[in-house]
Design a protein around this ligand. Structure first.
Ligand code: MN
Length: 133
């Protein structure tokens, strides 16, 4: 079970993502207003963040940068989900600090596999921390 924060302004996508994640035993929480996303992330302390890129107010790219700049959230893996599939979009998303990129309309199998991979990578990193010095 993982706590997964979803930042998405489309109600149908929220339902789809939440249902999918709950079916895999996870605990999803959705935030629709990107201006509340950072505060929601600090309160929820998610194991994974899934964010839309095309959001009103604060863009997904800007949110990724804000999460990466937050001391408590900078290590949380981020999966970007976007309708754009243009060349360069994945580079921009990864350059902002996301670990994964899934294009909409999503493949349910790819979505679930990417979530599982990110959580596994994150846990492996937490179990074998690099010793300083
Ligand atoms: Mn959107």
């Amino acid at each position: 079970m993982a706590k997964i924060l979803i930042i998405e302004d489309n109600a149908l996508n929220i339902k789809l993502f939440c249902d999918l994640l709950a079916a895999h035993g996870h605990q999803p929480q959705a935030v629709t207003d990107s201006r509340q996303a950072l505060e929601a992330a600090r309160e929820f302390a998610p194991d994974l963040v899934i964010t839309d890129i095309q959001l009103p107010h604060v863009s997904g790219l800007e949110l990724i940068r804000l999460l990466r700049a937050d001391a408590d959230l900078q290590a949380v893996p981020i999966m970007a989900v976007t309708a754009y599939a243009g060349q360069g979009d994945e580079d921009r998303v990864r350059g902002a600090g996301a670990q994964a990129y899934v294009s909409k309309p999503i493949s349910v199998a790819r979505f679930a596999a990417t979530v599982a991979d990110l959580l596994a990578d994150s846990r492996a990193g937490a179990e074998s921390p690099v010793q300083p010095g």
